[in-house]
Design a protein around this ligand. Structure first.
Ligand SMILES: Nc1ncnc2c1ncn2[C@@H]1O[C@H](COP(=O)(O)O)[C@@H](OP(=O)(O)O)[C@H]1O
Ligand SMILES: [Mg+2]
Length: 131
């Protein structure tokens, strides 16, 4: 699967258009992005990662559900990218897993250092999101 790499020398963060909060914005600000692209839909944001139009997708909020992230995550991982919760933990998809992604979402494009973005998310943001 071929994808386009996001540009070097800048940081484009994609996030929610309609579910912002102070925690959501604190996580974004901590990355010091050069641009923030606010669009609706988990799939839309992952598409931006695949198209090289954003480096990282950050959502430090509990609202997103398993069915919003499962297909986008599969496609992103097939392309070499990464999607975890905001703490870097794998999102569980087994039959008895809770429907809600209560510990948020952080996804990065292929070639990005996922752990570098994770390390920049403030501890109070991580602590605020409980499983
Ligand atoms: N507070 C909330 N209540 C309900 N759904 C939410 C939500 N926050 C996020 N979501 C869902 O999580 C997905 C990503 O949210 P957002 O677009 O705001 O980043 C969206 O679903 P879809 O991916 O099916 O559009 C959206 O409906
Ligand atoms: Mg949905």
């Amino acid at each position: 699967m071929s994808t386009v790499s996001p540009p070097d020398g800048c940081l484009i963060v994609t996030t929610t258009r309609s579910h912002s909060s102070s925690t959501v914005n604190d996580a974004i600000d901590a990355l010091s992005p050069s641009e923030v692209v606010r669009v609706g839909g988990a799939g839309h944001k992952v598409m931006l990662l695949l198209e090289g139009k954003a480096h990282v997708y950050v959502f430090a909020s509990p609202g997103c559900k398993k069915w919003d992230t499962c297909a986008p995550q599969a496609v992103l991982e097939a392309a070499g990218g990464t999607l975890t919760d905001i703490k870097g933990v794998q999102i569980p998809y087994h039959a008895s897993a809770p429907h809600r992604n209560s510990t948020g979402v952080l996804a990065s494009a292929a070639g990005q250092q996922h752990e570098v973005y994770l390390a920049k998310i403030p501890q109070h943001v991580k602590d605020n999101l409980k499983a």
